[in-house]
Design a protein around this ligand. Structure first.
Ligand SMILES: Cc1cc2nc3c(=O)[nH]c(=O)nc-3n(C[C@H](O)[C@H](O)[C@H](O)COP(=O)(O)OP(=O)(O)OC[C@H]3O[C@@H](n4cnc5c(N)ncnc54)[C@H](O)[C@@H]3O)c2cc1C
Ligand code: SF4
Length: 471
């Protein structure tokens, strides 16, 4: 514990953001880092609890949070960087985009503001890169075993790095043009600039990880080929099947899945070729985002930067309470009202509303017809009740469907391998191993749509399981 009464002496200082009017004219990251002195004071707020819930109950990769806070307080940055990488392959991703369940589980959060854990993590890793402490760690000897990792999101990348460091030859097969998964094509640059991914990929290449992009496993390379050429295969293909809107008018022009819209902008920001695809921009349009979660919020921020005239975000669930409700007690992740930096940039949000239909002039969407709903608990659990007389219409030029993802895509490799699925449609695993013994699975493919930090944790676990199996 850095400073005995630090938590009484210092208040939490949150990370600043670039001013709204300046940040919405570009797609660059918006955070303004704390100075080293300010950061040290934030680390001093850590109480080094006997049972650190931030580490055990909060952080899915089990980051050793009180220990790195202590090291930062004592100005031992290199040791902190080493410690951080002992549990997390990519703290530069989580330090930028993790919702920080660790902070919700911090003991200070019981009746005060939690320690600023995520930003301390980010500053440690960024200093590590700047000082040259983060170097390739190639394996001392090779095992002679070959592993194919299908998918290059955070789960696949974490597993690939762990397996290569354990001495196995690793080939990452990715259907997109560049590696990164949702980190590259889902999450917008204003949360995570893409040079951050490229910097880490460089380290991985120097550690011997090979990448084959633009290749769809199950189509361009068959399951039989994978079986013949590799000793083990890891499926880290994400949960890419989007939840669709079951309402008349869904097929009108300018009604897009959020992921298609965000991918388009991420490719434009990176100067990538769109392969002749029609560009849909929010410029001068009234945009409706259906879905009140993080993907929806990313659509709001993207539409704002593209120059939308007005943005509405609709959510079917009720507005969450401002403070932690009894059904999500400390140290669990609280179901509370969250306002993202994108919401601050301007957007009208509505809760407890449902889309009944979309109307159009000729082929293009022109209006959304919705109704307010109530959630009623009955014998069959929570049910939606429409409230007659609350119907409303929003004139719109662009509707973005951000209602989440159901599960991994079943057509293709999952079907061809004949893998067992759980009752939610995720790939069923036992200690990361699927129903086909040489095939393992990790990340959203196994859990359903989740978080970057959980994908990293799952990739690490899968790598350990594959390593044990191969040996
Ligand atoms: C818009 C958006 C914003 C998000 N924001 C956040 C956030 O701020 N914080 C957070 O923690 N989480 C966020 N998430 C969730 C997070 O990105 C995912 O949980 C995480 O990326 C899952 O990692 P993964 O490796 O399991 O899968 P993915 O990142 O989805 O990667 C899977 C990869 O597999 C590839 N693939 C699939 N099938 C094949 C095949 N047959 N052959 C070859 N390649 C294949 C895909 O192209 C993809 O690159 C967000 C998600 C979205 C969509
Ligand atoms: S990875 Fe996420 S949960 Fe873990 S310490 Fe970092 S911010 Fe907290």
């Amino acid at each position: 514990m850095g400073e005995l009464r630090g938590f009484l002496k210092y208040r939490r200082q949150d990370v600043g953001h670039r001013p709204v009017e300046r940040r919405v004219i570009d797609f660059n990251e918006i955070d303004l880092p704390l100075t080293p002195d300010d950061l040290r004071r934030q680390a001093a707020r850590c109480m080094n609890c006997g049972i650190p819930f931030c580490h055990g109950a909060g952080c899915p990769v089990d980051n050793l949070i009180p220990d790195f806070n202590d090291l930062i307080y004592h100005d031992r940055w290199e040791a902190a960087c080493r410690l951080l990488h002992s549990t997390n392959n990519f703290p530069e991703f989580t330090g930028r985009v993790c919702p920080a369940p660790c902070e919700a589980a911090c003991t200070l959060a019981v009746n005060d503001d939690p320690v600023l854990i995520r930003h301390i993590e980010l500053q440690i890793v960024e200093r590590g890169f700047k000082e040259g402490w983060i170097r390739p760690q190639p394996a001392a000897s090779k095992s002679g075993k070959r592993v194919a990792v299908i998918g290059s999101g955070p789960a696949g990348l974490a597993a690939a790095q762990q397996l290569a460091r354990a001495g196995h030859s690793v080939l990452v097969i990715e259907q997109d043009e560049r590696p990164g998964g949702m980190l590259r094509y889902g999450i917008p640059d204003f949360k995570l600039e893409k040079w951050v991914i490229d910097r880490r990929l460089e380290q991985m290449r120097e550690e011997g990880v090979e990448f084959q992009t633009g290749v769809t496993a199950g189509e361009d390379v068959s399951a039989r080929y994978l079986r013949r050429r590799f000793d083990g295969v890891l499926l880290a293909m994400g949960a890419r099947q989007p939840r669709n809107l079951d309402a008349p008018g869904r097929d009108l022009d300018n009604v897009l899945f959020a992921m298609d819209y965000l991918t388009m902008q991420n490719k434009i920001s990176a100067g990538q070729d769109l392969g002749g695809a029609k560009v849909v921009s929010a410029k001068d349009k009234t945009v409706v985002v259906i879905g009140g979660g993080d993907t929806g919020s990313d659509c709001v921020g993207t539409a704002r930067r593209q120059g939308a005239k007005a943005i509405h975000q609709l959510e079917i669930l009720p507005r969450p309470p401002e403070t932690r409700p009894p059904d999500t007690p400390w140290p669990t992740w609280p179901r509370i009202m969250r306002t993202s930096s994108s919401h601050e940039e301007g957007c009208e949000r509505r809760w407890s509303v449902m889309t009944e239909r979309l109307g159009g002039t000729e082929v293009r969407v022109s209006d959304l017809h919705g109704i307010e709903v109530e959630w009623v608990k009955g014998s069959k659990g929570w049910q939606i009740k429409e409230l007659p007389g609350t119907e409303f219409v929003i004139k719109t030029d662009l509707v973005l469907l951000a209602m989440g993802f159901v599960h991994v895509t079943h057509t293709g490799l999952v079907e061809k391998l004949g893998l067992s699925l759980d009752d939610r449609g995720n790939v069923l695993v036992n200690n990361c191993q699927t129903s086909v013994p040489w095939v393992f699975a990790a990340g959203d493919t196994v859990s359903g749509a989740s978080l970057v930090v959980r994908a990293i944790a799952s990739g690490r676990q899968a790598a350990a399981a594959i390593d044990r199996w191969l040996r």
